[in-house]
Design a protein. Sequence first.
Length: 112
Amino acid sequence: MDFKDFPHLTPLEDKENPLVLLFRNEEGDLLYLEPGFLYALEGMKEKRGEDYPRILLRIEEELRSEHRLILTGNYETPFFSKEGFVYREITDITDPLGIFVEDKSRGSDYGD
């Protein structure tokens, strides 16, 4: 898994959690990106490309504020837990910015 949208953050490796991406900023703050969050972020990039730079900026602001951040697809069922870290979902980042994408997926209307 690769993510190049934070070129100024240093990628690190967490051997205990190989399915997530780990980055460190110049201040030493740590950021984990879980696959579920990356999927949601890619969706935002595709659907709201004009807002994508603001989303990335907001993530970095959140990292500087919290210092230990895990961006997860679902904070109720994250890939892993790490003491001292704050969990955020995509809507925790986008809602304060006024960036919304309606989820129109739903179950089938057809019965058996």
